[in-house]
Ligand binder design. Structure first.
Ligand code: IMP
Length: 197
């Protein structure tokens, strides 16, 4: 079976490819651009919406994997959470979203506060649907640093580190990240589904 990734996010695609070390095709190469409405109120619900939509279009020879992820800041009542990709509005860039989060934290009168990333990976194939989660805890800071990673990485300092994810080596990020943890849970499921075809 062929593995297809239900994401157009370049940062996620790069991390998936590096971790699977096998051919992972983004759905857009097979289906072109599709606008998927992610209207669930949870990471799991949105991950399943993405994977099921693509699987239904591609059919039984495919294993479709999706990732829905985001950052949550308890000081802001959990924001931006499932709205991380569109925190500064529909079509907002990663930079716009990061700057909005910086401003909202500053407005609370602090320059550092706890936060965590969540990733839900959904796997949809002819054998049914599976979901796994991973989390990474740390702090967000109001002076972003580093050019690495993507999204909110320049303002996120993982627990136990002094550097931001924008400054930390990608290999290190893979070992500690929400997506890395979820992928390590997803890998044996995907291997099993692939071998039963
Ligand atoms: P999704 O593509 O709808 O799941 O939105 C995920 C959004 O969460 C991304 O656009 C980023 O803003 C943020 N995000 C998720 N994972 C990461 C990460 O590993 N680093 C930085 N930002 C992330």
């Amino acid at each position: 079976m062929k593995i297809v990734l239900a994401t157009g996010n370049k940062g996620k695609l790069r991390e998936f490819r590096e971790m699977f070390r096998c051919e992972v095709t983004p759905f857009s190469e097979l289906l072109g651009e599709i606008d998927i409405v992610e209207d669930s109120d949870s990471f799991k619900g949105n991950a399943l919406i993405k994977a099921k939509t693509i699987y239904e279009k591609l059919g039984e020879e495919y294993i479709v994997i999706s990732d829905d992820s985001g950052i949550s800041v308890p000081l802001l009542g959990g924001e931006p959470d499932i709205y991380s990709a569109r925190y500064a509005g529909e079509g907002a860039s990663d930079r716009d979203n990061l700057l909005k989060l910086v401003e909202n934290i500053k407005a609370k009168g602090v320059d550092r506060t706890t936060a965590y990333y969540t990733a839900c990976i959904a796997i949809v194939s002819k054998y049914g649907e599976y979901t796994v989660h991973g989390w990474m805890h740390g702090d967000v800071i109001t002076e972003p640093r580093g050019e690495g990673g993507f999204g909110y990485d320049p303002m996120f300092v993982p627990d136990g580190y002094a550097l931001t994810l924008g400054e930390i080596d990608n290999e290190v990020k893979k070992g500690i990240s929400h997506r890395g943890k979820a992928l390590r849970l997803a890998k044996p499921i995907i291997k099993l589904l692939g071998s039963t075809s």
